[in-house]
Write a protein that binds this ligand. Structure first.
Ligand code: GDP
Length: 472
């Protein structure tokens, strides 16, 4: 309806055009960017997109280089179940390597900061695992600077280890390997490094670029050195932020606390947050009444890379929601209301992610340069064969990336990765498991199942050439 008014054409004509594109819409429906472009083009208009931030009257001011100050790294710990992620986070939380802090951290607020002996700080996200990491990314939030991949030295590179690696790589987040449980008799760190080398991940000892350290999360052996490596990596990344502006950041978790109201843990990413600031986080807003650190200490301000728990929001925002400070309380409320409305409308929104059937059209439009694929199969042989064949379908116009491949059913974590990386999922003799199917429907992820290798390759080739016949 809005587009029709803007172009001054009857609504029925816009709806008709959408129908010819195979999209059934009502006049109240929002169209995605691509459909808008095509529809407008039909009527001789060109669409210019402005970012939602501008639409919300947020000042998007580029930081001046001289205002950027070094900030500490934000780290996520990932790895296969039982390989020691929680133990590592617990050890760091409680350890005495932390300078000048009396007592460990007792509160779980979803993230915590530690200060090392040299005074340097590291912030840890306290929800280990790549699912949480990628769920945030699917919501558009990337807060992790460095991923620690924990691998038990008495085990092997397990499916979830591979997943964690793929998820970190898809996000472009550098990895440091923590080869854990070296206190165990059966531990064989060299075997793990060899296996990593086999995956084209050469660790330093093997002449490669990936830092790794042998640790015992249980005893604390090597943890200090591991953290020093984290700092080294951070130095290379030259992480900076401008601390002298209104705070912006991301919600890590939030809950309703009996007696205290809504408690949200947020991570300040730039600027400085102060008690009394009026913030908008997702659809929720409010004045920051109080701030606490992970030790329960009252704090009055929090700079970049600092996790804080705040009181004062009118509800519980979702993990991954961005937050901003507003000078004008009324404006923040209006935007919150607008976001609530947008979200309602989005539930009836059209296509969000790439589908096989759409690839050809997207390529023809010229803006689509990379096709991300997640490949799952029943046996290693077919996964490798398909992965090779798919990669070979890359052309000058479009690059085919296998962002994750593995043996086993299609999991929720695969769907999240697809959502975060705009990928399609191809299953070979495997089906979605558990809630993966529902999640895929919700996230609008295209999952294709095949049982004949050539069918899969033919379909992908046809799709890339824009020749795929509509799905039956
Ligand atoms: P997560 O699932 O990756 O979070 O793994 P946990 O941290 O819960 O650890 C799984 C099990 O391995 C627990 O029983 C831990 O006590 C044990 N564990 C973790 N790290 C070590 C270690 O360095 N040495 C030994 N011996 N056991 C460990």
């Amino acid at each position: 309806g809005e587009v029709a008014t803007m172009m001054d054409v009857p609504i029925t004509k816009v709806i008709g055009t959408c129908m010819t594109l195979g999209i059934m819409v009502t006049q109240n429906q929002r169209l995605d960017a691509e459909t808008l472009t095509i529809v407008a083009d039909e009527f001789g208009y060109e669409v210019e997109f402005i970012s939602a931030e501008i639409e919300e009257n947020l000042e998007v001011v580029e930081d001046k280089p001289e205002d950027l100050k070094p900030r500490s790294p934000i780290v996520t710990v990932m790895g296969h179940v039982d390989h020691g992620k929680t133990s590592l986070l617990d050890y760091i939380r409680e350890a005495n390597v932390i300078a000048g802090e009396s007592g460990g951290i007792t509160q779980h607020i979803g993230a915590y900061g530690v200060t090392l002996e040299g005074g340097q700080k590291i912030a840890f996200l306290d929800t280990p695992g790549h699912e949480a990491f990628t769920a945030m990314r699917a919501r558009g939030a990337q807060i992790t600077d460095i991923a620690i991949i924990v691998i038990a030295a008495d085990d092997d590179i397990m499916p979830q280890t591979k997943e964690a690696i793929s998820h970190a790589q898809a996000a472009g987040v550098p990895m440091i390997f923590a080869i854990n449980k070296i206190d165990r008799e059966a531990a064989n760190p060299e075997k793990i490094k060899e296996k990593l080398a086999g995956m084209n991940l050469l660790v330093e000892d093997w002449g490669g670029k990936y830092q790794s350290h042998d640790i015992s999360a249980k005893k604390g052996t090597g943890v200090k050195e591991l953290l020093e490596k984290v700092l080294l990596e951070a130095e290379v990344l030259e992480l900076t932020a401008n601390p002298d502006k209104p705070a912006v950041g991301t919600v890590v978790e939030a809950q309703l606390d009996k007696g205290r109201g809504y408690v949200s843990t947020i991570l300040v990413q730039a600027g400085t947050l102060r008690v009394g600031d009026y913030i908008l986080a997702g659809k929720n807003h409010g004045k920051v009444k109080a701030m606490h650190d992970e030790r329960g200490n009252i704090i009055t301000e929090a700079g970049p890379s600092t996790p804080v728990s705040i009181l004062g929001l009118d509800g519980a925002p979702t993990a991954g929601d961005k937050f901003n400070v507003y000078e004008d309380e009324r404006e923040a409320k209006q935007i919150a209301a607008k976001r609530t409305q947008l979200q309602r409308e989005q539930s009836v929104r059209t296509q969000k992610h790439i589908t096989l059937a759409e690839i050809g059209r997207r390529i023809a439009l010229g803006q689509f340069k990379e096709l991300n694929i997640i490949l799952k199969g029943d046996v290693d042989g077919s996964v490798e064969a398909l992965s090779d064949s798919f990669s070979k379908l890359s052309t000058e116009e479009i690059q085919v990336n296998i962002i994750h491949k593995g043996v086993g059913a299609i999991t929720e974590s695969d769907v999240l990765l697809a959502s975060a990386s705009d990928a399609i999922i191809i299953g070979f003799n495997v089906r979605p498991q558990g809630n993966a199917k529902q999640l895929a429907e919700k996230e609008e992820i295209d999952i294709r199942n095949y049982s004949i290798i050539y069918d899969a390759i033919d379909d992908l080739r046809d799709a890339m050439e824009g020749m795929l016949s509509p799905e039956l």
